[in-house]
Design a protein around this ligand. Structure first.
Ligand code: ADP
Ligand code: GLC
Length: 480
């Protein structure tokens, strides 16, 4: 089976969130199972400087012709080919999707060009593929272009497509006039097409014109068919319920494992966690400018985009109360200005208890995972969430809201004999606090605490099982 995996970010080349982690690790698992996978992403500024140019061609979108330059490299430590679509006018910029919080105004043009150029790799025979796996709105036009392929493009016309939704809230919505820039016939801009409230909606195109749609956890696959989580597209998703599947993301433990993590001052295993994890806590406190003080005080960690999705406003409200009960916090994140300001203020007020770093820093992300005792994810919605699974492996117990992939991976220790974290239900600061207080109480009983930590570290959320699910799904796509 030959697959072209199309993604707007792939770790370690470019990353703003979990999509990059998935794009950089799922293909490895698929290749291990015997599939042929190629990847394609835009060539952003500074990406894979040593990559070689392998082709140049023109892409016609409507009236406009754009030249694309194609470079080729490999996914680090593999021979999996990664094609980079270069056009400096579009991708040689300071940001990936936006700058200073403002989306680039030509994002439709940029990603229509990218999606069309990705398919051209197949059309011109650079890549052989039976199906394409497109991800999120940035590559949602690829399935639409396949559906629109003419008899003169037989290689494209016979291609099958899977479209994966990593986050339904980001839909790629643009003014109607921008539709011209897709180069598609206006017949695709209709009620049962890419039109959505008088705007062009790329996500809707991906959902309607792909052979199968998937999302990144079974619970989220159910949730997005409801009014509450459907972001307006629940009706469209219900229309495709028989072609909609939820496959849980996996973890790449070669990247996220405390026994081999070179970002940590010491590596530790299940056998050494009780004695060695504290060194990571010491280093984390220092990195977040918190005095070492009493190391037995529980430390809560956050690594997150600061977006309303993540429920961190609920946490900000709860922090003062939790500090009065002996908790300390290390918060790493960037995002919405109001949230950044809230956390900045907490950092100023609680200098000894709440350390905040408003940065994007991979090394610090690893240090938080290892150095905290409890990992917070109070998300309002969470398609899958990777960081709670990373936390388990680092022996930091997750506190999560019962939604999406969090509901599929974390079981409350007070409810389940094999629990691995703390779960709350209401999207409220009070419910979150209550879960944190339960965690603080359990933390007092160090004997029970370490037995749960060790159980959590043993859990296996590697890609093994999910890659198998994807292969089954690809077979369904091919026979669709
Ligand atoms: P999402 O994709 O919604 O942001 P995930 O949990 O799926 O959430 O993935 C987030 C990824 O981004 C993780 O690899 C996490 O470590 C990383 N990340 C998030 N914020 C930061 C940050 N400020 N610095 C470094 N890494 C971050
Ligand atoms: C999105 C979601 C996150 C998911 C990630 C990878 O960014 O917000 O929950 O883990 O994609 O699929």
């Amino acid at each position: 089976m030959k697959i072209l995996f199309i993604a707007s970010e792939i770790a370690p080349f470019a990353k703003t969130g979990g999509l990059a982690d998935v794009a950089g690790s799922l293909p490895r698992a698929l290749v291990k199972k015997g599939l042929h996978v190629s990847l394609v992403m835009p060539r952003y500024r500074g990406v894979a400087r040593d990559a070689e140019v392998v082709d140049r061609f023109d892409i016609q979108l409507g009236e406009t012709s754009y030249q694309a330059e194609i470079l080729k490299t490999v996914l680090p430590k593999t021979s999996i080919p990664v094609y980079l679509i270069a056009r400096d006018e579009f991708f040689d910029r300071a940001g990936i999707y936006n700058e200073n919080g403002v989306d680039y105004s030509d994002n439709l043009e940029r990603f229509a060009f990218f999606s069309r150029a990705a398919l051209e790799l197949i059309n011109r025979g650079l890549v052989e593929a039976d199906l394409i796996h497109a991800n999120d709105w940035q590559s949602a036009l690829a399935p639409v272009y396949i559906r629109a392929a003419s008899a003169q493009e037989p290689k494209l016309a016979r291609l099958k497509s899977l479209f994966t939704i990593h986050n339904l809230a980001y839909q790629g919505s643009f003014p109607t006039d921008d539709f011209l820039k897709t180069g598609l016939d206006w017949s695709y801009f209709k009620l049962n097409g890419m039109e959505f409230y008088d705007r062009v909606n790329l996500m809707k195109g991906g959902i309607l014109f792909s052979d199968y749609v998937s999302t990144v956890s079974p619970t989220y696959a159910e949730e997005i068919q409801t009014h509450e989580f459907g972001c307006g597209l629940d009706g469209v998703l219900r229309q495709r319920y028989d072609r909609l599947v939820g496959v849980l993301n996996g973890v790449d433990y070669s990247d996220w494992s405390p026994d081999s993590d070179t970002n940590l001052p010491v590596q530790y295993t299940i056998d050494t966690v009780e004695t060695d994890k504290i060194e990571c806590k010491r280093a984390l406190l220092k990195a977040f400018n918190l005095p070492e003080g009493d190391l037995s005080k529980p430390l809560f960690g956050v690594v997150s985009r600061l977006a309303s999705q993540k429920g961190l406003d609920l946490l900000a409200e709860a922090i003062p109360r939790l500090i009065s009960r002996g908790a300390r916090f290390a918060v790493l994140g960037t995002g919405e200005p109001e949230l950044e300001e809230k956390y900045n203020t907490l950092d100023q007020i609680y200098r000894a208890e709440c350390g905040v770093r408003l940065e994007y820093d991979n090394r610090l992300a690893h240090m938080v995972q290892a150095g905290c005792d409890l990992f917070l994810m109070p998300s309002r919605y969470e398609p899958c969430g990777l960081t709670q699974m990373y936390a388990l492996r680092y022996g930091s117990l997750p506190i999560v809201r019962n939604t999406g992939g969090l509901a599929d991976t974390i079981k409350d220790v007070n409810t389940f004999p094999d629990g691995n974290g703390f779960v709350f239900y209401d999207a409220s600061s009070v419910a979150l606090q209550e879960a944190c207080i339960r965690a603080l109480t359990l933390y007092q009983n160090q004997h029970v605490w370490w037995s749960i930590v060790k159980r959590a570290m043993k859990l296996d959320f590697s890609w093994e099982a999910s890659a198998h699910e994807y292969i089954k799904l690809y077979m369904n796509v091919l026979s669709a």
